[in-house]
Write a protein that binds this ligand. Structure first.
Ligand SMILES: [Zn+2]
Ligand SMILES: [Zn+2]
Length: 155
């Protein structure tokens, strides 16, 4: 494989994972998988929460893909793409937005501020239903999200 084929797979996987994460969050985690995800919408006791089981599950799948990638190379780069997304997600979602592992930085402007606000608004709804902003890196405009939440609260 050439280097640009590898790079293309990694980049495509990062984009794919954002769509996959959005769909999983909206239809699985806020659907039949709510039993694990609920903990993420409640105050955390201790370092971990039940919702971390999702990350653990994905890690097992990725390790299997890396193993498969030793026999069929493209799969190895697919696994790397998922890992890159996972690393971005862990840093931005867990550390930046939820201030886990000791990071205390609240972005005041630009893309990170928008992402921060959009995800905070996802957490504005405590229950399984009626939430907004299930995606992550493609953060919708917080003003529009607030309007949508207000409309739902009126109903
Ligand atoms: Zn959620
Ligand atoms: Zn969150």
């Amino acid at each position: 494989m050439t280097w640009y084929e590898k790079l293309l797979i990694v980049l495509a996987m990062v984009l794919f994972m954002e769509v996959f994460a959005w769909a999983t969050h909206k239809y699985v985690m806020h659907g039949w998988g709510w039993g694990w995800h609920r903990s993420h919408h409640e105050p955390r006791e201790g370092a971990f929460e039940r919702n971390d089981l999702y990350a653990a599950t994905f890690a097992v799948i990725v390790i299997a893909l890396f193993a498969l990638g030793t026999v069929w190379e493209p799969v190895w780069w697919v696994a790397l793409g998922i890992t890159v997304y996972g690393a971005i997600y862990a840093f931005v979602h867990d550390m930046l937005v939820h201030q886990r592992f000791g990071l205390r930085w609240v972005p005041r402007r630009g893309y990170f501020k928008r992402l921060h606000q959009a995800h905070r608004l996802h957490h504005a709804v405590k229950g399984k239903e009626g939430g907004v902003s299930f995606g992550f890196l493609f953060a919708p405009d917080p003003v529009r999200l607030k309007r949508r939440l207000a409309e739902r609260a009126e109903r």
